[in-house]
Design a protein around this ligand. Structure first.
Ligand code: NAD
Ligand code: DAU
Length: 348
């Protein structure tokens, strides 16, 4: 029987991955290890917390003795590793916390995996979830391929690139059975409102300024979070061992265009006059070292695994807005307290 350690399963993407695996694979045991930082929230997975094949453990992936104990006591066969510090703006203020979790934490998990299965890796997988940001920034043309050289530009992406290198180095040195995915920007329910889309939804709802960095010309490639979770399921089960797959929706948008689209969707939902919310748009100081454009070529995953996104962006965005409007209490809880301090300092 598989006993899969999913790290970061109380976060945005992790919670959707945990839900998918717990529901779809009743014969697997799913162990969710999460430190419950500001970004982790057990409310995200409250609907599956009593499932017989699920167990939550509050703890830090950097805690070597805890991780070793979990491997032994839960007889962990596989790892799907999502736990990370994930916000670029925070990495600019506090790079070391990104090195700690994203690099030291990943290596701690790799070591525990090697110790647990050094006699025989057959049938086991260490799956590392990474980001397209490791490839750097594109100009107007071209795409990131799996073979694009790494060129990380922020402390966040440098820490993720480093963790990817460690995962591949363990495959080379210890013959670790690894799989990696590098995904583009996710959006959808449960995303912490420090990120562009939920931050704008929250501010539009509360009639607050909509802080667009620079001129809003930067381009991101957006994928609905449940489509990312479906891709992880596909790669975990059917992806080739040792391989990397780029995951993305071929769905590029300038930030300013997304903000206008959100304003227009929310004007309708909130009964405001068309154009009312877009008056809140405020251009603010640009992010330091702001990557201009990300664009993923996901052909390998599509051709080899038959995976493709299930939702068009406009449909996904509308579902996302609905989720935030229907989950006001969630939004209010996560934006009270420490969020207020972060917000005031960052957008001062
Ligand atoms: P998130 O910030 O929403 O969640 C991270 C989770 O990890 C939280 O539950 C947090 O409590 C937990 N965590 C943080 N430090 C920990 C530690 N030391 N020990 C244990 N748990 C810890 O992040 P997300 O957006 O869901 O991203 C998940 C993963 O996917 C990350 O590895 C990220 O780099 C990657 N990724 C994210 C995106 C995106 O658009 N959000 C895109 C591609 C890849
Ligand atoms: O590409 C994948 C990455 O996408 C993930 O690895 C990261 O974990 C995730 O945070 C995301 O990184 P970005 O920096 O692209 O996402 P963010 O939502 O922070 O910003 C999206 C764009 O919007 C970016 O160009 C910066 C801009 N922005 C963001 C915020 C928070 C604004 O203009 N205003 C804002 O207030």
């Amino acid at each position: 029987m598989k006993s899969i350690l999913i790290t970061g399963g109380a976060g945005f993407i992790g919670s959707h991955v945990v839900r998918l695996f717990v529901k779809k694979y009743p014969n697997y045991k799913i162990v969710n290890l999460d430190a419950l930082t500001y970004a982790g929230n057990l409310e995200n997975i409250v609907d599956i917390e009593d499932s017989p094949n699920y167990k939550f453990i509050k703890g830090d992936i950097c805690d070597e003795s805890l991780v070793t104990q979990i491997f032994k006591e839960e007889n962990i066969t596989d790892v799907i590793h999502l736990a990370a510090e994930s916000h670029v703006d925070r990495s600019i203020k506090d790079p070391l916390s990104f090195v700690r979790t994203n690099v030291f934490g990943t290596v701690t998990l790799l070591n525990a995996f090697v110790s647990a299965w050094k006699e025989n890796f057959e049938g086991h997988v260490f799956y590392h979830v990474s980001t397209d940001e490791v490839y750097g920034s594109l100009d107007e043309g071209g795409y990131f391929l799996e073979t694009t050289p790494y060129d990380p530009q922020s402390p966040y992406s440098a820490s993720k690139a480093s963790s990817d290198h460690f995962v591949r180095a363990y495959a080379n040195t210890y013959k670790l059975p690894i799989k990696l995915t590098n995904c583009s920007n996710n959006y959808g329910p449960n995303q912490f409102p420090e990120k562009l889309i939920p931050l704008m939804i929250n501010n539009i709802k509360n009639n607050q300024p909509l802080p667009v960095y620079g001129k809003g010309e930067n381009v991101r490639d957006w994928l609905y979070v449940i489509d990312h979770a479906r891709a992880i399921d596909e790669v975990f089960h059917n992806g080739k061992m040792g391989e990397t797959y780029n995951i993305g929706g071929f769905n590029e948008w300038k930030n300013i265009d997304i903000v206008h689209l959100l304003c227009s969707i929310m004007d309708k939902k909130l009964g405001r006059q068309e154009g009312e919310s877009s008056k809140l748009i405020t251009f603010v100081t640009d992010r330091a070292g702001h990557d201009l454009r990300y664009a993923i070529d996901a052909s390998k995953a599509m051709n080899e695994l038959g995976w493709k996104p299930s939702l068009q962006f406009e449909e996904g965005l509308e579902k996302t807005v609905d989720w935030y409007l229907e989950n006001e209490e969630w939004l209010e809880r996560v934006t009270s307290g420490a969020y207020q301090t972060y917000y005031k300092e960052h957008y001062a």
